[in-house]
Design a protein around this ligand. Structure first.
Ligand code: ARG
Length: 411
């Protein structure tokens, strides 16, 4: 029998999928569970897959790859979708797709499968990535196809002796990995409704955060975080520590209306303490080490990169080009940033760099001032010349304040 590799989380949807795919498509199912740092318990997940009918169940720890090849590039790019979302799920999907394709080749499967619904961005990311990596692989998305309600799924599970995972009944749809946690649906579908307390698991409410602030020093080398408070750490550990620290001070919550790729506006709540802290620190270090022109241009790249990731175009030529730009762009983004965490806020309070473009002898109002004040006079004359000329010729006679007069006032 032909085989399919199913991305398997261990939850109800994917457990039911194992059996459903066998019945509907007559395929042997190999499950693939990928540890991207989600808090969900992965002990016993392989056994559960086998009990649900899989012929083989694999588990891959991809945390280090996720950090090195997906999270850090996103951070270096300054990629924040619609100024709000640090892209945890969106960065994880292409890695999962890649491992699905790899595993399919290893076990000789003709298809891969994932548990995405037909309304979200994730189906797009999976389908586009898989089709790019191997156009001959068929993609099956049971949840998109079967249109079962939760009750129908439970009934199906019972009928086929599929063990229903014992998770507490939750009205929300949650996805999480090392970089962040997303919560949607249920009561959150009303954009006017404040998120209830049970939405959050990684962060405390700012009213319950400690009265005293915490400080953390983050060191970057070429745009990549390498140490906290002077201690060198590998990426996974560094992110996990910042999650705990930031979360305990209520840092990293987002609640916004997001434009999905499939044309829907959705209300999304996120918890991403490490991402918020690291993006804030990294952005500030760039202000110290990139020129004004570089930083202006970088803002365009950040938006392009965020859209590229969000829209499932990880395996695109555009990505290669943006990555090549970032390699040079981040070269001198090296140094240390001090961040203060207090009652839900994350504020940069100090920064230093061996490559700093901030020069005390130019900036100071004190004794060491080496700036040429006389040169400013000539510069200002030239800088203001075109505006002055235009005001005189087109905007009214001297003595009037042209900017306060709109055409409508003239009538
Ligand atoms: N809106 C986010 C995104 O598109 C989060 C999606 C979360 N996925 C999920 N299956 N709950 O990346």
């Amino acid at each position: 029998m032909d085989k399919v590799v199913l991305a398997y989380s261990g939850g109800l949807d994917t457990s039911v999928s194992v059996r459903w795919i066998q019945e509907k498509y007559d395929l042997d199912v190999v499950t693939l569970t990928i540890d991207l740092g989600q808090e969900r318990e992965l002990d016993g997940v392989r056994e559960r897959a086998l009990k649900s009918g899989a012929i083989e169940a694999r588990l891959i720890d991809a945390k280090a790859t996720f950090v090195e090849h997906f999270i850090w590039p996103g951070l270096q790019a300054g990629a924040v979708y619609e100024d709000s979302y640090y892209l945890a799920t969106a960065l994880g999907r292409p890695l999962i797709a890649w491992l699905l394709v790899d595993t399919a080749h290893e076990v000789g499967a003709t298809a891969v499968a994932h548990g995405s619904t037909g309304k979200g961005n994730d189906q797009v990311r999976f389908d586009v990535s898989v089709a790019t990596l191997d156009p001959d692989l068929r993609v099956i998305a049971p949840v998109r196809e079967w249109k079962m309600t939760r009750d129908a799924e439970l009934e199906y599970a019972e009928k086929h002796g599929i063990e229903v995972p014992i998770t507490k009944e939750s009205p929300y749809s949650v996805d999480e990995n090392l970089w962040g946690r997303s919560i949607e649906a249920g009561p959150l579908e009303d954009p006017w409704q404040e998120p209830a307390r049970d939405v959050f698991e990684w962060t405390v409410d700012s009213s319950e955060a400690p009265d005293d602030p915490a400080y953390v020093d983050i060191e970057f080398e070429s745009g990549i975080p390498v140490a906290l408070d002077g201690e060198k750490l590998d990426g996974v550990e560094l992110i996990q520590r910042l999650h705990r620290l930031g979360g305990s001070h209520g840092v990293g919550r987002t609640d916004h209306i997001e434009n999905r790729l499939v044309g829907i506006k959705s209300r999304e709540v996120y918890e991403a303490p490490a991402a918020e802290i690291l993006h804030s620190a990294h952005r500030e270090l760039e202000k110290l080490t990139l020129s004004k022109d570089q930083k202006r241009f970088k803002n365009h790249v950040s938006n392009a990169y965020a859209d590229m990731v969000y829209n499932g175009q990880w395996f695109s030529a555009l990505h290669r080009e943006l990555a090549a730009y970032l390699k040079v762009n981040q070269e001198h983004v090296t140094g240390k940033v001090r961040v203060k965490l207090h009652k839900g806020s994350c504020t940069v309070v100090g920064r230093e760099s061996p490559k700093s473009l901030y020069q005390m002898h130019l900036a100071t109002y004190g004794q060491e001032d080496a700036y040429d004040h006389d040169a400013a006079i000539g510069f200002i004359k030239i800088h203001g010349l075109s505006q002055q000329t235009q005001a005189r010729i087109q905007l009214g006679s001297p003595g009037q304040t042209p900017i306060l007069q709109t055409p409508a006032d003239d009538e």
